[in-house]
Design a protein around this ligand. Sequence first.
Ligand SMILES: NC(=O)c1ccc[n+]([C@@H]2O[C@H](COP(=O)([O-])OP(=O)(O)OC[C@H]3O[C@@H](n4cnc5c(N)ncnc54)[C@H](O)[C@@H]3O)[C@@H](O)[C@H]2O)c1
Length: 300
Amino acid sequence: MSGTERVARVVAIIGAGTMGRRIAYGCAARGVRARLHDISEEALAGALVAVRALLETADEGDGPQAGARHGLVEACRDIEDCVREADWVIETVHEDLELKRVVLGQIGAAAPAEAFIASNTSSLPGSWMAESTGRPGRFTNMNFGPPEDLKVEVMGHPGTDPATTDAAKRFLRGLGLVPIVARREIQGYPTNRIWRAIKKESLHLIAGGYLSAEEIDRAWMLDWGTPVGPCGLMDVVGLDVVRDIENVYYKASGDPSDKPPGFLDRMVERGELGVKSGKGFYTYPSPAFEREGWLTASDD
Ligand SMILES: NC(=O)c1ccc[n+]([C@@H]2O[C@H](COP(=O)([O-])OP(=O)(O)OC[C@H]3O[C@@H](n4cnc5c(N)ncnc54)[C@H](O)[C@@H]3O)[C@@H](O)[C@H]2O)c1
């Protein structure tokens, strides 16, 4: 299949926050109509501006011109209007099981019978949510990553129809992305669990006063040659989102070591959410780790 083959004409995205915007951009950049819905009118309006700005600055690539692509992104006040012509509906609301079940129920009731439904959840197994859709065979988890990450983890639940997984792979390939398909369901997706282990340990080291966020990132970037470290990456994800995800693991395991540390709650309460609020472990738009000489600077 060529990289530009389109296997979806219309994608509905429910939740127009960090990930909803990114997914909408990824669709429109490849010539696929992206219809966004959010319960917050402010978030919806902001999403339209943000996605169009991304399209404006992106390389032209082999898709339609930016002007034409602008028209591919739409904001819908009603969820029914948003999903009515969709081939795929992607749920990207907060990481809250009850909320997702409600929203997936609304999607299942309003989307065309042949539409596939995916949740972009980070930590909730699809089997906890599938029945809410009313079409569990056509439902799968599909975890898009942070900006610039081509990898998307696809993880069906035991009742996902294999044809749905095949359709998910074709859909993602059509968007120029690389699907990594889990062979069995596991909480949090297989490769995402690796990132989760790094995140959990980094938070533990900060909470215990062993290292600062900057020291962790500097060491990581020197060791692995990456442009950002674990704490900078948590800022990209959103510290509220990180906290919610850690809480899902904690609720599932009951293991006290899985409980997100108190300092994370306090940062979220202060509105320090990372890149999206301008402050998290670093301040944005010019975080310290991007400064000339920062990587080899001394903390003494
Ligand atoms: N942020 C990341 O890097 C990242 C990466 C992978 C997966 N995820 C997952 O993606 C999902 C969304 O995360 P995010 O970072 O985009 O969150 P976010 O907080 O930026 O956005 C969530 C949006 O959902 C909207 N919303 C809430 N209730 C709604 C409802 N009933 N109907 C419609 N919209 C509603 C909110 O208004 C908000 O705009 C979560 O499940 C998260 O775990 C996030």
